[in-house]
Ligand binder design. Structure first.
Ligand code: PMV
Length: 328
């Protein structure tokens, strides 16, 4: 039997932060969100993933930031790879190597850039050249926010949509987002478990799901109209509605640390002092602050001084995910 080496594909996808949040699933098997979401893709945070299907490899070999995945984490990845094997008809295990240039699993959307890069890299390594929307739909099955990371600029995942759609290019409204890192430790509850727990036990979950579409619409309209104040206010509202639903879970779900609250208070104070900025938080303690580029330096300098802040990363809207296939 003649053997040939299969191509190695290396994909790079950028992380994204939702201005209009997704929290909760409408359909668990299809991984369809219960709320529409809209995000900014970030230029400074990314995942690079290379994939190669290999003959005579017993099982998928996955390395994340230099450590081999085992147990449940490996199973989740292999189930995702099974979808690509089914689509392509390729029955081989793969060698996957993935690296983030930022802390993994701490609420900096590593699963978003991770599954986006994996979906793009693995499909190309399997010889599939799918339309971007189909790669986005595949990424959604790994992590719904990952559907958005296939595209650059501002991106929406609408209610009942299988894939994300670009809404506006980064140049269309060149805002910046300051990621205020408050810890490098991984979070103790994944967003998947957190949203399941919120949906099951929080009396505020139905109110969150009911109010999210109107907030999403406000954010979308403000973005297209380049209305920063309207966008910022609705962005904070979306994050706090989502976190209120978590706080009301039983037992409560609290991703915040004291520094999270200190940063929120500081952002409000700075805004009062004439530096327009608005905050958002995800399933982790970090605070992300959106602002207009003219105020970035002053805001970053002020936020770095908040006790407990480890680092402030300045992000601009990032590009589409990209892939390179090495000839064999
Ligand atoms: O896609 P997941 O399972 O990582 O969930 C993302 C949830 C939030 O980051 C809190 C909000 C969002 O829309 O990205």
């Amino acid at each position: 039997m003649t053997r040939h080496r299969l191509p190695k594909a290396t994909a790079i996808a950028h992380s994204n932060i939702a201005l209009a949040k997704y929290w909760g699933k409408k359909d668990e098997t299809q991984n369809l969100p219960a709320t529409p979401s809209l995000s900014m893709t970030l230029d400074a945070l990314h995942t690079t993933t290379s994939v190669q299907f290999v003959e005579r490899l017993e099982e998928d070999e996955v390395t994340l930031n230099g450590s081999r995945l085992t147990g449940e984490d490996l199973e989740r990845l292999s189930l995702f790879m099974d979808r690509i094997r089914n689509l392509s008809g390729l029955a081989l295990a793969a060698r996957v190597e993935s690296n983030n240039n930022f802390p993994t699993a701490s609420g900096l959307a590593s699963s978003a850039s991770g599954f986006a890069a994996l979906a793009l890299g693995a499909t190309r390594a399997a010889g599939l050249e799918l339309p971007r929307s189909e790669v986005s739909a595949l990424a959604r099955l790994g992590s719904a926010s990952a559907a958005r990371s296939l595209f650059g600029g501002y991106v929406a995942l609408e209610l009942d949509a299988l894939s994300a759609i670009p809404v506006l290019s980064g140049d269309g409204f060149p805002l910046q987002l300051l990621v205020c890192v408050v810890t490098t430790l991984p979070k103790d509850k994944s967003s998947r478990l957190g949203m399941g727990h919120t949906a099951k036990t929080s009396p505020y979950y139905p109110a969150w799901v009911a109010s999210a579409p109107a907030v999403y619409t406000r954010i979308r309209e403000a973005l297209l109209a380049q209305d920063f104040e309207k966008l910022g206010r609705a962005t904070e509202h979306s994050a706090l509605l989502m976190h209120a639903s978590m706080f009301a879970a039983d037992p409560p779900l609290n991703y915040w640390l004291p520094t999270t609250l200190a940063l929120l208070a500081r952002v409000t104070e700075l805004r009062g002092a004439g530096l327009p900025a608005y905050a958002t938080m995800d399933a982790g303690p970090h605070v992300k602050v959106i602002c207009e580029p003219i105020n970035t330096r002053a805001l970053a300098a002020a936020l770095e001084l908040v006790p407990g802040v480890k680092q402030v990363m300045v992000c601009s809207p990032g590009p589409d995910a990209a892939v390179k296939v090495e000839p064999t």
